[in-house]
Design a protein around this ligand. Structure first.
Ligand code: PFF
Length: 453
């Protein structure tokens, strides 16, 4: 079957540009806000182990699948499944992804707003202005959440209207190495503090008794979220790839950098949490469970910054929360790009109109969430932990049993001519046919079953 990419869509300006943009989509609040708190909540290293398994056995194969479907068709997730012309019903896979992306962006935006407001928390802490510092630090302040999430959404819309190469690539290029560097520096610092080693042990010493279906469910949801999978974000990004690009190689770089940043974030935040505990900050309830995992990053880290020499603490704190805001921004961009590319392709909207229209629709939901934070957990459960693996399951089944892996391999061969003799080429078809769908299926249905029984 011949599917031609439409010509009037954007394209990545270079291979590095694409990898950076896809890594920019992957690296975000998922790595630095969600991952450490999930590790802390779920028995430390036991979670990491299962998480790594999910990343390699499920995440990476599905990332290659999404990119391949995207490049083959050159379309948004809905258009891509239609372009294959197997059955019009397959478009619902893409449609489900768009729904998940829309709902995830609505709460992601609020958390991104928190991150940015902490830049000011650090500044006012330095100047000793307690009332303002507390205002910016208050995660439960609805007005403040609304203002910051609106600001974040407008920034995202502005970048999206700039188009593919200029907008997305530029934003990512400078930020990633800086984020990496500041994490390393802060890790160096945290280990000079009392209590950090206790955190390190908690982070790296697995307690196998903690490994349950529920842990698998959470790790799986986290892997999809962190790698931006299951909702077609990487179908969309793949649609901007040219035929010369090596898909498995790009996917490998993206997966590894995402994993590395999450691992480093854990290495900073879990010890920081124990340092805070050591300094008298109450982070556990009487049963030894974390008091609030949503706010972990926003309690453990400022505590650490405030314990530094004041000016160094100010610079580190401001830098850290600025970089985290930028990492969140490159993710909100990719979340918004999915529905935007859909209406551009399918309804022939202009990019600007699409970005503004959909951006404002998402923002209205963010405003509701700003005042009722309990919706974050609900949305995360429905559209992330359940929604994304379900999307991934459908994508892998579609690729393996409808389109067929040998056709997908033919697409991958363009840009990677030696794929058939590579380790990847031997393993990947087996993974997408059996391992990934089976693993998602078992974890998913077991969890749904236990939720409703
Ligand atoms: N991967 C992003 C993060 O870890 O913060 C979140 C995300 C972006 C999820 C894009 C899904 C997506 F399509």
């Amino acid at each position: 079957m011949e599917i031609n990419q439409s010509d009037n869509r954007g394209n990545w300006s270079s291979k590095v540009g694409f990898i950076l943009a896809a890594a920019g989509s992957a690296i975000g609040l998922g790595n630095i806000w969600a991952y450490p708190s999930k590790v802390a909540d779920n028995g430390g290293a036991a979670f990491i182990l299962i998480y790594i398994l999910c990343v390699f056995l499920v995440g990476f194969p599905i990332m290659v699948s999404e990119l391949t479907i995207g490049r083959k068709t050159g379309k948004n997730p809905v258009g891509a499944f239609k372009a294959f012309k197997f059955s019009p019903h397959f478009k619902w896979i893409g449609f489900w992804g768009i729904v998940c992306g829309f709902m995830i962006l609505a709460f992601y935006n609020v958390v991104a707003g928190w991150t940015f407001s902490y830049v000011f928390e650090e500044i006012f802490h330095y100047f000793g202005n307690e009332p303002l510092k507390n205002w910016f630090a208050d995660l439960g302040n609805g007005h403040k959440n609304a203002i910051f999430s609106a600001f974040f959404m407008l920034l995202t819309i502005a970048i999206i209207t700039g188009g593919v190469a200029e907008g997305i690539e530029k934003a990512t290029k400078i930020m990633m190495p800086m984020l990496f560097a500041i994490l390393i520096i802060m890790i160096g610092f945290v280990f000079t503090r009392e209590g950090a080693v206790e955190g390190l042990v908690y982070y790296l010493k697995p307690d196998f008794s903690k490994i349950t279906f529920d842990l698998f469910f959470k790790a799986m949801g986290q892997a999809f979220f962190s790698l931006s999978l299951g909702m077609g974000a990487l179908i969309t990004y793949g649609s901007y790839l040219n035929k010369k690009s090596n898909i498995p190689e790009a996917a490998f770089y993206v997966t590894m950098s995402d994993l590395a940043i999450a691992f480093l974030a854990g290495l900073l935040i879990i010890p920081a949490m124990f340092v805070a505990h050591h300094n008298g900050v109450n982070i556990f309830d009487q049963h030894g469970n974390l008091l609030s995992s949503t706010s972990l990053v926003f309690t453990a880290l400022p505590d650490l910054f405030h314990s530094m020499q004041p000016f160094i603490g100010l610079v580190s704190g401001v830098m850290f929360f600025l970089l985290l805001s930028m990492a969140a921004l490159t993710s909100t961009i990719s979340l918004l790009e999915v529905p935007v590319s859909y209406v551009i392709d399918e309804f022939k909207w202009k990019r600007k109109r699409a970005a503004i229209g959909i951006g404002l629709a998402v923002l209205s939901l963010s405003l509701v969430i700003s005042y009722d934070l309990s919706l974050i957990d609900l949305f995360a459960l429905l559209f992330n932990d359940i929604g994304l693996p379900l999307g991934g399951l459908l994508i892998s089944i579609f690729l393996a049993y409808v389109w067929k892996t040998n056709n997908a391999m033919a697409e991958i061969r363009s840009g990677y001519s030696e794929v058939d003799n590579s380790f990847f080429g031997k393993l990947w078809p087996f993974m997408v046919k059996y391992v990934s769908p089976l693993l998602i299926g078992i974890v998913f249905f077991q969890t749904i079953y236990s939720l409703f029984s």
